[in-house]
Design a protein around this ligand. Structure first.
Ligand code: NAG
Length: 404
């Protein structure tokens, strides 16, 4: 199976900004190779793929748009960084980053994970327990969504709403805001795409009613919901048909038996038709306990976050990580980074696409002017190109699930 998984942790010290914003973590990869000293590759597997620092094939700014790109196909990636543990008690928590699938991703995740502080970075892997997983996940045409998963009491809980993610090749900004009043907001490209309450949009709590484990099915219980009423007898006039010919129907004057076939009146429901009587029995056996499981829970308090991780297929670039307690600061940062380069990036991409299109056109023109035996060659070329494409979507079905 050709799967790429990448776990990336981010390292930083707490940078106190102006105002009251606290930035727990910020990584823009603006200092050359220095990121290598801030990131720890996991050795959980011996064949994890390598990350490289690059702005990719097209970008808005050759330096500022440099980020971590997964560089080898069909590999898992596992690297991480660390930042000081913090608590988000009584404050918002904002997790934000940019992701660009410039390889036309057909299956793979572009999400980050925030881990507890005691994570062993050198041994990080897909099953390492995390607090929050957030980001886009694409697989084929059916899966194009933003994951928001919380680990609560050892279990991972997925958001119940479907949030559509971006699936083009450009850079996009993903933001998750968790508020102290237990509400949340998800933004893409600095625009709200979903919001609500944690209580309603995740199944953190056990259901209010559960099956009573003590309940036993009575021995004389009959599973049939309905039975024939034995006391019911067939009425004398039972054999009336359900439908009868409409007594009011008349053969139209212009009816032509040769052309239209034999005329028959339309059928109508028979007023004398009788239904079989069915006597209802008691309902199916469904043991319900009355004990209400209601539990007070406090999430996202004293969360010491230390690590981010992501999962990608080769070619995805991650950049502009920010973890802060300030929603406005995150929006500003998004505007300054993604907001400033998205325009020029799109322009460069469009120019490249246009150039490619023209070259294709030239090539096709040349080929069509040459002899007919060239056609075969053309086909071969097509096949070659296909093998360079990312693997078929079916192969990668397990990728996101594997991560969950
Ligand atoms: C970010 O940019 C958007 C669009 O230009 C603007 O509406 C918004 O006010 C900006 N946010 C901040 C915090 O400056």
């Amino acid at each position: 199976m050709q799967i790429i998984t990448l776990f990336q942790l981010v390292s930083a010290s707490i940078l106190a900004l102006a105002a009251n914003a606290e930035v727990y973590f910020k990584e823009q990869f603006l200092d050359g190779d220095a990121w290598k000293s801030r990131w720890v590759n996991s050795e959980h597997k011996s064949d994890y793929g390598q990350f490289k620092l690059t702005a990719g094939n097209f970008y808005g700014d050759a330096e500022k748009d440099k980020g971590l790109q997964s560089s080898q196909d069909a590999r898992f990636y596992a690297t991480s960084g660390r930042f000081e543990p913090f608590s988000n008690e009584g404050k918002p928590l904002v997790i934000q980053f940019t992701v660009k699938h410039e390889q036309k991703i057909d299956c793979g995740g572009g999400y980050v994970k925030v881990f507890p502080a005691d994570l062993n970075q050198a041994d990080m892997h897909g099953d390492s327990q995390y607090y929050v997983m957030f980001g886009p996940d694409i697989c084929g045409y059916s899966t194009k969504k933003v994951h928001v998963i919380f680990n609560y009491k050892g279990k991972n809980h997925l958001i119940k709403k479907e949030i559509k993610c971006k699936d083009d090749e450009l850079t996009h900004l993903y933001t998750l805001i968790l508020n102290p009043d237990q509400t949340y907001e998800v933004k893409i490209d600095n625009e709200k795409v979903e919001s609500g309450s944690l209580e309603e949009d995740w199944d953190f709590l056990p259901p209010k009613k559960i099956k009573d484990p003590e309940a036993k099915k009575p021995e004389d219980w009959d599973d049939r919901a309905k039975i024939d009423d034995e006391t019911d007898t067939k009425p004398e006039d039972w054999d009336k048909p359900e439908n009868i010919p409409d007594p009011d129907a008349k053969k139209p004057d212009d009816w032509d038996e040769d052309m239209d076939g034999e005329w028959e009146p339309a059928m109508i429901p028979n007023p004398e038709y009788k239904c079989l009587h069915i006597k209802p029995l008691r309902g199916a056996f469904l043991p319900l306990s009355n004990s209400v499981h209601c539990e007070k829970h406090s999430r996202h308090q004293h969360v010491s976050v230390s690590v981010l991780s992501l999962q990608v297929k080769s070619g995805t670039i991650f950049d502009n990580f920010l973890i802060t307690d300030d929603v406005k600061e995150a929006e500003d940062f998004g505007n300054e980074t993604w907001g400033a380069t998205k325009g020029p990036e799109k322009k460069m991409k469009e120019e490249q696409d246009e150039k490619k299109r023209k070259e294709e056109e030239e090539k096709n023109k040349e080929q069509s002017t040459e002899a007919g035996d060239e056609e075969e060659e053309e086909e071969d070329e097509g096949e070659e190109e296909e093998t360079e494409e990312p693997p078929e979507e079916g192969d990668d079905d397990a990728l996101p699930k594997d991560e969950l």
